[in-house]
Design a protein around this ligand. Structure first.
Ligand SMILES: O=C(O)CCC(=O)C(=O)O
Ligand SMILES: [Fe+2]
Length: 300
């Protein structure tokens, strides 16, 4: 008897050397229906076209206060700062990100499993969803650094083995996001095109990519073509609102030289029908706090 080797076809090759290229998205963006609720056909259609949607007020004023208190407490806790799941800014040593908050923190576990979010993610992805990753990005005043242009899916595919872009993120604003304090910027429509990057993934790439991304960042020529073609939407909005965006959106955010922090909570939902396999372009999978192997459906 011969062993059967299950080859997984790579529909989104990347980091293989050669030249950068643009591959059309091979998968639908919205996989659920308006009948399922809670979002109407127009909202789903907008998400399909632009790759994101905004929610003016997702959480209550009391929740906002609770989350902000928690944010402050975590940033000041020396044990949290020393944890491997916390990323500090290269120069200022201020907290940049805290990962895995849906597992380590009761307040954020609750909101990450709340039907207001989970039902929307389920509707977009057309199946049950589990949490692939979560993080707080603090972007403190004066010293908060930028996030350069990237597609999250490109990283999750290359380094975590996520087969297809059947994943959606939510960014909940815990401070006001102004045009000038480093809000999220998205190239609307870019999610329907996949930029295959060139450079191979270095060993233990995440240790530096979480402070400043390198591998997988698209080349300047393709980014310029994308910006000319799609434009750049600047997603301003008050604290308590949220943005949901497709995993293959080309997005970035500027550094924050203003005194006003821009702190957002990000939660990533992946379809339970799209669980990771071996990484498509990395020596080994990233740690569990960046790529959860707990596929329990969220909200259950
Ligand atoms: O916090 C931001 O503005 C963007 C962060 C981001 O894109 C990421 O963490 O993947
Ligand atoms: Fe991102």
């Amino acid at each position: 008897m011969t062993a059967t080797v299950h080859e997984v076809t790579d529909l989104y090759p990347t980091r293989q050397g050669g030249e950068p290229r643009v591959i059309p998205r091979q998968d639908p963006v919205v996989q659920g229906t308006a009948e399922q609720g809670p979002m109407d056909a127009e909202t789903l259609c907008g998400f399909d076209e632009k790759g994101y949607l905004t929610i003016d007020q997702l959480i209550t004023a009391d929740e906002l206060q609770l989350f902000r208190d928690e944010l402050k407490r975590l940033a000041e806790d020396p044990e949290v700062k020393a944890d491997e799941r916390t990323v500090v800014e290269a120069k200022s040593n201020e907290v940049r990100s805290i990962f895995d908050i849906h597992k380590t923190n009761e307040v954020f576990r609750k909101i990450a499993n709340d039907p207001r979010i989970v039902d929307r993610a389920r509707q977009i992805l057309g199946s049950d969803v589990y949490i692939h990753q979560s993080r707080i990005n603090y972007k403190p005043g004066f010293v908060g650094k930028d996030f350069t242009w990237h597609s999250d899916f490109e990283t999750w595919h290359a380094e975590d083995g996520m087969p297809t872009p059947r994943a959606v993120s939510i960014s909940i604003s815990l401070t006001d996001n102004y045009s000038f304090n480093g809000p999220l910027m998205i190239m609307p429509g870019s999610h329907k095109h996949y930029i295959s990057a060139v450079d191979k993934t270095p060993e233990n790439n995440h240790k530096q990519s979480l402070v400043m991304q390198g591998a997988g960042v698209p080349d300047p020529e393709t980014l310029t073509e994308f910006a000319d073609k799609f434009g750049i939407d600047v997603l301003e909005g008050p604290a308590g609102g949220a943005i949901m965006f497709d995993s293959n959106c080309m997005h970035a955010s500027n550094g924050n030289v203003t005194p006003y922090p821009r702190s957002n909570v990000f939660i990533v939902y992946n379809s339970v029908e799209n669980t990771p396999v071996e990484p498509f372009a990395a020596p080994q999978p990233r740690p569990e706090f960046l790529s959860s192997r707990d596929f329990t459906p969220a909200g259950s």
